[in-house]
Design a protein. Structure first.
Lengths: 228, 228
DNA sequence: TAGATATTTCCATTATTATCGAAGTATGAA
DNA sequence: TTCATACTTCGATAATAATGGAAATATCTA
């Protein structure tokens, strides 16, 4: 922890039962939307906003905005461990579990996030590209390595052309279903468009959900070294 | 820690400034009377009662009653270390210090506690007897060992006679100045009466204070293996 | 564009909590 | 027995904080 949070303040934050519940939920290490936290803690969205603001000001949690959503998570591992200390001596809370509708489930496996791949597939792809040495994390975006340029060329993606475009090249994008980062920006968009063009995936009508085609089931694991 | 205190509850305790002060005072490891804690925290006795009750219920502190006094202290070393951790990074508190009057000072060095020795001398005597293997702590009282029976006989104290008396034989007695235990009960009384009879100590008029005589300064260190 | 969803702001209400005066109980001292 | 001391209980008050209704803003969807 770089900042020395005031323990009395932290204690005051934790001492509220509703906030304790929310913290407990976020201690799974993932990010959760405001409405999800509200529902699980059994309060109205306005009240959730009230508490989330407090906790953000107290530097206990941080927020990542994603369009009209906001995802909240524990600020850093240091804060988490302090909170764990409190939790380690505390009993469990009853937390309402989210009912996952079938529609929701489909969205989780693969979908578009604006104009790039998200969901389980989006996250898997990015981590596969990191493992292959194609991408390197750098703050809030990804950089392409020299070997990466070659690899992307085999997918008919020209880095230099993409970089000319008037948009972010490859920002990290927090995934609401996986709670991990996938890749947005021009590069994310290019990869999405290409594998769509190759017929490896297709859009499902009236939703952001994506289906992997038979062709895709054949090629994607080979090219990216992942299991689907 | 054997009992599982509730996290939100513990946090709620710490988040109050007055309680933090009181905890801070008790973290010296000693027991403090309710009025002492009230004065040092800058609140009225009623308010202190209110907080002390809360902390006792939260299993953070425990209490030992001593006549009309009550002495409060951190429940156990485990709780103490958790509290230390949280308070160590919190800002310091201004705590009123107790003014010690000369009369008060005299009482601290040696005095009677009802009918037995208390104060520095009382505490020293008991720990010396423990070290010599005369006494063994057992819950809230002391037991006399076989060697102890012999030793006490040299002081003309007959254990078997004492045990016949209709009073507690040797309960532990919390000392308000030393905040450690000395010995009450029939045994504590017998020891007191004997060394008074030997002229090793004498009562000061109109107070509970005790003075060690020249004779006592000669014999007590020798017999009990202590420094005065 | 209109409609749906996610979150926020504003505001009034309710709940919780710390505080202390006044009066009561318990204990020790004279 | 009478008085003083240590602590507690009760009740009123004031400060603080949590809650959600109503309406606004922002973003995505159709």
């Amino acid at each position: 922890m770089d900042v020395n949070p005031n323990m009395a303040l932290v204690a005051a934050i934790i001492s509220d039962k509703t906030r304790s519940k929310m913290i407990f939920i976020m201690l799974d290490g993932r990010f959760h939307s405001a409405s999800e936290l509200a529902y699980m803690a059994g309060i109205k969205p306005q009240t959730a906003t009230f508490h989330l603001k407090k906790m953000t000001e107290a530097q206990i949690i941080k927020v990542e905005k994603q369009g009209r959503h906001k995802y909240f998570g524990i600020k850093d591992p240091g804060v988490a461990s302090v909170l764990e200390t409190f939790l380690s001596i505390a009993p469990q809370f009853e937390v309402r579990s989210l009912k996952k509708s079938p529609r929701d489930k489909a969205l989780r496996s693969a979908r578009t996030c604006y104009d790039h791949l998200a969901g389980n597939l989006g996250v898997k792809l990015v981590s596969a590209l990191e493992k292959k040495g194609v991408l390197v994390k750098e703050n809030d975006k990804y950089e392409v390595t020299n070997e990466g340029i070659e690899f992307l060329a085999t997918l008919q993606i020209n880095i230099y052309e993409l970089k000319k475009k008037r948009r972010s090249f490859s920002h990290k994008c927090l995934d609401w279903s996986e709670r991990k980062h996938h890749m947005g920006g021009a590069l994310g968009n290019a990869i999405f468009e290409k594998i769509l063009e190759f017929g490896w995936i297709k859009r499902l009508p009236n939703t952001r959900a994506i289906k992997i085609t038979t062709l895709g089931e054949e090629h994607i694991p080979k090219i990216f070294n992942i299991d689907l």
